[in-house]
Design a protein around this ligand. Sequence first.
Ligand code: FEO
Length: 168
Amino acid sequence: MLQENMIAALNEQVTMESTASHKYLAMACWAETQSLEGCASFMFRQSDEERMHMMKIINYLHDSGAEVKISELGTPETNFGNVIELFEEALKNEQAVSASIDRLVELAIKNRDYKTNQFLQWYVEEQHEEETSFMKLIDRMKLIGLDGQGLYMIDEMLAKFEPEEENA
Ligand code: FEO
């Protein structure tokens, strides 16, 4: 049986993961308008992944007999100066999600809710992987540069990017 403060906090995390999915969807659509097919497919995949993160928490709440509350989402940013700025924005979002997961872990420990603490460890690892991936990609994009064929090379790199291999 989950405690009320944990149910509320997990419901907030559902909104956060859903918002991340929504933001990445908007980023993918922006990339499509720039003819950046690789970036668009990367962000569509990322959006799907965030939806999976959201569903994992929803299933955990349901399996624990707790109520899930689905909240309204704001309109995401739809304009980005360039692909590097887009990824910097995505990294900022991931850092905010990581901080939120850390707060959930602290609450679970404070509540002596070891089951939820164990459930959250998957997110701790996942956030570390995502932040690492975004940081590495931003570094590479800066190295390649956006001039000349740089943008084309960046888009090719994003089309082929495999996070699992990257962090192995
Ligand atoms: Fe599920 Fe990347 O936050």
